[in-house]
Design a protein around this ligand. Structure first.
Ligand code: ZN
Length: 415
């Protein structure tokens, strides 16, 4: 499907340092060494509600990662899915009396507009589940043929569902490090079906759901008509469009288990190789009104609502960048006021005809971004230059332009 128009990425003299990020599996900051081409897969939205600031934080974080990798001299191949058919989407459409395809199209379009406004670089491949069914069916058939997956007869339909046999999978649990009890709880809370009769293990993930009355379905070849389970879409797309192992699997921290753990073991089962991704990076949750921002709680701050209220999208982006991606935080009006003030200050300083030399500030932004995406430190470096420029002026006529380009290139903030 169409993604969105990518922003222009200005050139800045020099090159950024090697990029380091925190790997969830190892629990440590590690250096990325992707070679000429870095593969980045970030899980996309389930389009049943508009983009909230928690989503925006995730996509801005991985945008900064992609920018840092480019600045360090790598080409970036970026893949993102859209879960445009799944139980929560169908349930919301039914609740609101909408056609599910209409709901998915509408919310995906809004997401694209939000991403464009926030100057997020578009994925090279932006793929919906509904346009990737053949690929997924092929992979599930292969998993079944190899003995990695098995069938369970449906009690409420004529066909059978297909599950991955998790007991055969070495490395299952390495990413999340959860106990079995914790896994069972999170699996049940996040679309899993631990109670389903006939499964070999309660944690076995659904690969293919046979056609049920009243649900959309597709031709599944030897699997029969049905639709894919949640995790297999990301497995199939990452394996096909990036190949294993790719550099970074990214997403919100609520995806560590089951989604990323399951996607990864499925990929390993499919290809017979490990690992799925070199590094797993997760964005901490953003809260509002005392709880994690989530559709189910209804405590959402929507990017589109802020935009419609006249908020400069660059102020929204700066408000997100002011928090490190691994720190949970809670959105307040102060975030926006602070970001707006910062944006105006930067614009005043960076639109002048000269200022203090900018080389150190440019270097500091690059270093901070490459150092586990330390965006608060990058912002502080620009703040310091802007404060000095506004207080003392300066004779370096090229400095504002170079720094403005560095801010745009590295942080994605257009002055
Ligand atoms: Zn995913």
């Amino acid at each position: 499907m169409h993604s969105w128009p990518s922003p222009f990425i200005p050139d800045v003299p020099g090159r950024g340092p090697a990029v380091h990020v925190h790997d969830t599996g190892r629990g440590a900051v590690v250096r990325l060494d992707p070679g000429p081409v870095a593969g980045l897969y970030v899980c996309g939205i389930t389009p049943y509600d508009a983009t909230h600031l928690g989503h925006a934080a995730t996509y801005v974080t991985f945008d900064v990662l992609g920018r840092a990798l480019r600045d360090a001299g790598h080409e970036v191949r970026y893949v993102q899915n859209v879960t445009d058919v799944d139980d929560p989407l169908l349930a919301r459409a039914a609740r609101d009396g909408l056609d599910w395809t209409h709901l998915a199209d509408r919310e995906t379009a809004l997401f694209r507009e939000d991403m464009t406004a926030l100057a997020v670089i578009a994925p090279d491949h932006y793929l919906g589940v509904t346009e990737s069914i053949d690929l997924i069916v092929e992979d599930v058939e292969q998993l079944e043929a190899s003995g990695a997956a098995y069938r369970v007869k449906a009690l409420d339909a004529a066909g059978f569902d297909v599950y991955l046999d998790i007991a055969q999978r070495p490395g299952f649990g390495d990413l999340s490090g959860l106990t079995r009890a914790q896994m069972l709880a999170r699996f049940a809370e996040n679309g899993g079906d631990p109670e389903r009769d006939g499964k070999r293990d309660a944690l076995d993930p659904l690969l293919w759901r046979t056609e049920r009355s009243g649900e959309p379905s597709w031709d599944g070849g030897t699997l029969g008509a049905g639709r894919p389970g949640w995790h297999i879409e990301c497995t199939a797309l990452a394996v096909r469009y990036l190949g294993m192992p790719f550099t970074v699997q990214g997403g919100g921290s609520d995806l560590v288990f089951p989604h990323h753990e399951m996607s990864a073991v499925q990929g390993c089962a499919l290809t017979g190789t490990r690992p799925f991704a070199e590094v797993f990076v997760h964005q901490a949750m953003v809260g509002f009104d005392g709880a994690k921002m989530s559709k189910s709680r209804g405590n959402l701050v929507l990017v589109s609502a802020l935009r419609n209220a006249g908020v400069d999208p660059m102020a929204i982006r700066l408000a997100l960048l002011a928090h490190h991606y691994r720190t949970e935080w809670e959105w307040t009006d102060d975030d926006l006021a602070t970001a707006d003030h910062r944006l105006q200050t930067w614009r005043a300083a960076l639109s002048g005809n000269g200022g203090p030399p900018a080389e150190d500030a440019v270097e500091a932004i690059r270093q901070a971004a490459a150092d586990d995406l330390d965006t608060p430190a990058a912002l502080a470096a620009v703040d310091a230059w802007a404060a000095r420029s506004l207080a003392e002026g300066g004779e370096d006529l090229g400095a504002p332009g170079v720094l403005a380009r560095a801010v745009d290139r590295t942080l994605g903030v257009r002055i």
